[in-house]
Write a protein that binds this ligand. Sequence first.
Ligand SMILES: [Zn+2]
Length: 566
Amino acid sequence: MGSKALPASPEAFKNATWDEIVPYYEDLAARPLDKSNAEAWLADWSHFESLLSEASALVNFAYSCDTADTSREAAQLRFGTQISPRADEQRVRLQGRLVELGYERPGLETMLQRFRNHIDTFSEQNVRLFAELSELVTHWYKVIGALTVEWEGEEKTPSQLLPFLSSDDRRVRERAFKLRAKPYLDQRDVLADIFDRMYDLRQKVARNSGFANYRDYAHREKNRFDYSPEDCLRFHVAVEEAVLPAVERLDKKRKRRLNLDVLRPWDTAVDPAGRPALKPFDEIQTFIDKAGAIFEHVDPDFRGYYETMERENLLDLENRKGKAPGAYCSTLASRKVPLIFMNAVGVNSDVRTLLHESGHAFHSFEASRLPLVFQRHPGAEMAEVASMSMELLASPFIDEANGGYYTEEEARRSRAELLEGIILFFPHCASVDAFQHWIYLDPAGRHADARDQKWLDLRRRFEGGGVDWSGLDRERIARWYQQPHFFGSPFYYIEYGIAQLGALQVWRNSLKDPKGAVDLYRKALALGATRSLPELFKAAGARLIFDSEGMHELVSLVVEELANLD
Ligand SMILES: [Zn+2]
């Protein structure tokens, strides 16, 4: 049986149209399939998907490195709007063939579980609705992207005001804080209207797939086989019980160190000791080289992985005009190497970002040994354990004595900022998740005023009373309109909270036995997506935590470490 010969490299797909790609799917859909040739069929399909996915990753990388180049933009759009949605439809078709055949073997259990789930949640009627949703997301991006403020006679984007929130002049901070919220409040009705339209489409999508509401659909669609919406509600309660007291103590300490009577929201980013911002490097090459030295201490193989990326020009780290914002790691599935994209400008958070993305990259190196592309990518819950653990595992080595960026005192300050940030993240994570549970379950979630009121209630519930928000309800409401996930990636957030608790357990293990903890971490990464989430956590020396006891143990450890750093 002659199967359609695949090109030798992904280059062939970089400029391909859908019409040139679909024959490969057609071939896989038409070829006779039985249990005796299923393995070869899967290997061919996997090989084709890795070429296509690598072409897409390269096109996306090229565009993010130079967004002004119109041919790169066109290629990126072709993949996003023409190829990806149609390829997804084709995949359901091929997944269906394998599932119907009833072919099974050890190592494919979780893959088949995801295939069956994809088939179950897929509905033909939703293809058009997803296209409408994606148009609304594009529209929302345009509205958000056009928001500007006037700061000292200059036009700026709201995020360009962020550095002023760290100013040691309190009046500057207050002005920047209020001005940052203003464009969102001015556009509130427009944004609320976009959200209403997304809401209606999402509830329709859920009903088409046989679910009572979008919350339940989203949980299933995200392959959340091992925890339920009720577990997420337990997670929210645990944040209140186990994290909130620590948050309030941190607020109190900050108020005391800043010598203030009341802590206002514009006092939360400034250095409490009045020191200038940390400056880890001047030259980008120094930034790159020192990370290599740091990874050597965590595991010499990690340094090897990292240097492979550098040698093969797969690190684009420096901020330049024309680059897309943000940071990411993606994998070239056929070459089996990852790449890292970011916008370093010489601040402390650049170090954290590089360590984070490198954790994703090491995950990719370890999991790429698995033969099928379908076995390599677990969900975000485990992917973020890989990256968040690396922030913590590498933090003992960021000082000059270990080849890193900082003097001993600066390194302590950077470590304290990392740990404080971890504690302060949980209230935000819980508010974002709880808000969406309420929105899609309570009919009041369809009403703009009720949503704003609910957000205020949830912020009070999860943030406690350490920061004085009196007279600032409007600014507080503006915060939810600034959170892109509500608009672009609904229900994608609790994963970060779950993963952070996994990463804290890996870090806890490393305090007692650094080598043992890293060995387990590597073994877990190498399993890719071939085990269930609880099993992957277990392999890393951790467990899934939704309870306040588990959360409390880890928060206490962070608090203790923070006291040591003082
Ligand atoms: Zn990440």
